[in-house]
Design a protein around this ligand. Structure first.
Ligand code: HEM
Length: 469
């Protein structure tokens, strides 16, 4: 009897401790409470509040009211928003494995489900290494001459004072650079076909997802199919030629996993469309802001002009093109670029989803909730950037505090194209300020979301080559 009692006792003890430890493993955060904040109205949460005002005002107001971590409910999802450098590091770097990337299915279908930024773990790592290698400093230094040619050709096409939409024109430029980084020199037929279909995809990307024929989303889906066919042709040709190019397509084609398997053509196509997508609007938005900030700050423009004109003079005397070394030695312009990235903070935040219950500073982030590190709030916090609404490149004479400046994100998904983006901005600014003057048309201020913040109406402006007027 005593033996049976002991057995039962030990069984219960084992069961209890098993349950306790399992609970501890699976739900370690039961005691933690949800962050402060409001979940808004039933079903719609705070989506209306977010979209009826400037989203950045929404985030800033919330932070003022609740502090650096708060909950809300937008677009049908419960969310935790985090506005401190430590929290961003926690989500994106130290505990990145607990937060997976998350995008609406409708967007995944347009880009292609195998694009690296939808993934985490081994597949993501494999693709990321390839993309990083194709965008490394060693790789992009060979692109300077081609980027320069693209910038000169764009600027020359604006000469004469007709009104252009700066953002739309900068998109054409960043698309050309994206093509260069992915394919090197691509024949004109393929380039035109890619451009035509990518434009349709781009138009449908932010439209309502529906299969109804004739809608922008449906047209975008059809264009995506055609892009696959065009990319398939390019891939086949490259395979036949057996070229081992050092562009992104070359890296993707030559990659083998540990079993010796190559990437399928579909996976390659998804990643090409993904990189084009990641590269175009982002870079174009920031360059558009640079044009605006320089226009609005004449003293600064003079300083940048002086720097760039001395480089141009040297190159004209020696009949030399702009060199990689010169792009690495433009301190005044470089600080303008950093300050533009901070001020505009075009990626105001990013999205992740908690894959388990996670505790952060005593608060519970429940499994399945969306998690949003708010880069813009950090970049505009006076604790880290004095007088944050002032455009002041000199603040970058000293390095920002760790994790306070993340225009290109941080951690495992940080932007692999950041050096290329900066190179594009430097080259474009070099030719813009050393040869052109420009005038902004209409309203001087105002922001538009598309979905990245850009100056109102894409910054309509007129450009003139300085010698011609
Ligand atoms: C000024 C221009 C750019 C800005 C501000 C920017 C910003 C960012 C940010 C913030 C992320 C991280 C997003 C996240 O964590 O969820 C990111 C990721 C990414 N960016 Fe950029 N980007 C720029 C230009 C480019 C360019 C030129 C390329 C390629 C040629 C590129 C390719 C990518 C890719 C492939 C990812 C996904 C990386 C991954 O998931 O591992 N970006 N970018």
């Amino acid at each position: 009897m005593g033996g049976i009692f002991l057995h039962v006792f030990f069984f219960l003890l084992a069961l209890l401790s098993y349950t306790f430890f399992r609970r501890d493993k699976r739900e370690p955060r039961k005691k933690a409470k949800l962050p402060p904040g409001s979940m808004g109205w039933l079903f719609i949460g705070e989506t209306l509040q977010l979209y009826s005002q400037d989203p950045n005002v929404f985030f800033a107001d919330k932070q003022k009211r609740y502090g650096e971590i708060f909950k809300t409910h937008i677009l049908g999802c419960p969310c935790v928003m985090l506005a401190s450098p430590e929290a961003a590091r926690f989500i994106l770097v130290t505990q990145a494995h607990l937060f997976k990337p998350t995008y609406p299915k409708s967007k995944e279908c347009l880009i292609g489900p195998s694009a690296l930024f939808f993934h985490q773990g081994d597949y993501h790592l494999r693709l990321r290494k390839l993309v990083q290698a194709s965008l490394s400093l060693d790789a992009i230094r060979n692109l300077v001459a081609d980027i320069e040619a693209a910038a000169v050709s764009a600027l020359d096409s604006w000469d004469g004072g007709r009104v252009i939409n700066t953002f739309q024109e900068m998109k054409k430029f960043s698309f050309e650079v994206g093509i260069l980084a992915i394919f090197g020199h691509l024949n004109d037929h393929y380039r035109q076909e890619l451009k035509k279909n990518y434009l349709i995809l781009d138009k449908g990307y932010n439209s309502f997802p529906t299969n109804i024929p004739g809608t922008p989303y449906k047209k975008a889906l059809q264009a995506r199919k055609r892009l696959n066919k065009i990319l398939g042709d390019i891939i086949r040709e490259r395979k036949e030629k057996r070229l081992h190019e050092k562009d992104l397509l070359g890296f993707l084609l030559n990659s083998k996993d540990e079993k010796g398997e190559v990437l399928s053509d579909d996976k390659i196509a998804d990643n090409i469309v993904g990189v084009l997508f990641a590269a175009q609007d982002t870079t174009a938005s920031v360059i558009t802001w640079i044009v605006k900030y320089l226009h609005d700050n004449p003293k600064l423009l003079e300083a940048v002009k002086t720097e760039q004109k001395s480089i141009r003079k040297l190159n004209e005397e020696g009949n030399q093109p702009l060199s990689w070394t010169q792009t690495k030695n433009m301190p005044v312009t470089y600080k303008v670029i950093l300050e533009s990235l901070r001020m505009a903070s075009i990626i105001s935040f990013t999205f992740r989803e908690a894959v388990a219950d996670v505790e952060y500073r005593g608060y519970l982030i429940p499994k399945g909730w969306k998690v949003m590190p708010l880069f813009r709030n950090i970049h505009h916090n006076p604790e880290f950037f004095t007088d944050p609404h002032k455009f002041d490149p000199s603040r970058f004479e000293t390095a920002p505090k760790p994790n306070t400046f993340m225009p290109f994100g941080s951690g495992v998904h940080a932007c692999p194209g950041n050096e290329l983006a900066k190179l594009e901005m430097l080259v474009m600014t070099h030719h813009l300020v050393s040869k052109f003057r420009w005038e902004v048309i209409g309203s001087q201020s105002g922001i538009q979301y598309g979905p990245f913040p850009i100056p109102l109406q894409g910054l309509p402006a007129r450009f003139w080559k300085e010698s011609t007027r």
